[in-house]
Design a protein around this ligand. Sequence first.
Ligand SMILES: [Zn+2]
Length: 290
Amino acid sequence: MLLVRSHHLLLHHAARLSPRAAPRLLLLHHHHRHRHRAAVRLRPPRMSSSSASSNTSSPAPSPPAPVSAIDQLADWATSPLRNPVCCTRVPKSKIRFCPSCGSPTKLAIPDGDEKMRAVCSSCGRVHYENPKMVVGCLVEHDNKVLLCRRKIEPAYGLWTLPAGYLEVGESAAEGASRETLEEACADVDILSPFAQLDIPLIGQSYIIFRARLKTPNFSPGPESLECALFALDDIPFDSLAFSSIIVTLRMYLEDVKSGNIKFHYCTINKRLGTGASDLRSFDIDNHLSV
Ligand SMILES: [Zn+2]
């Protein structure tokens, strides 16, 4: 039997695409946690294990109550946040039909579970959704870094590091090399991991590697308008495609200027109360570096 606990039902804002005519208004949504902060901070490192929500005016959590699947779906769509402790927004399942039998799924918390899942209304299979891994390269050449201007949405026309989804059957390093070859026609040697960046709201985890060109040749692949090497002082921070790229390049810039290139881990979270269209309204949590 599937029970529903409505106080777990939270909506999230799906990532949208930027209008081609206004690329700076790229909508990139990030998970927002329990804090407000005024600016992106890369330092000092902060751990996020503290401070639950200070919203003491929220009502106490309702006790779990079984309801029908239909009621549950309605509740899923309209329920306000009712649990002042568990204020984490979770994405709504995108699995509308069962991959096994094709029947519609319903949203429910399976016995023994704590999260909403897409459950097949016919065969009963539970379909889990897990984060995707994005891999890419920070290619260094003559004290410059290689950037690609995107020829595809989202973020058409904006600059990014060559990066993309890891494929089944390849390692993260292989995937990063492949993406660099595809997007910049650049054959690279992987040097070292540089950053892992988690973006919980959109279910992505980035791994960016430092790399070098095997030969000083590159050109735009089918998904790039152009590719170019940028001196660190010339990186177009106002025209970068994603918060993950902004964070990566800022960390890299700081490391190079301090003469100590490290490995970084952090979480990128949407800042509470900011507009979804503000690409820079994010916070860096759990920043660790070695
Ligand atoms: Zn099924």
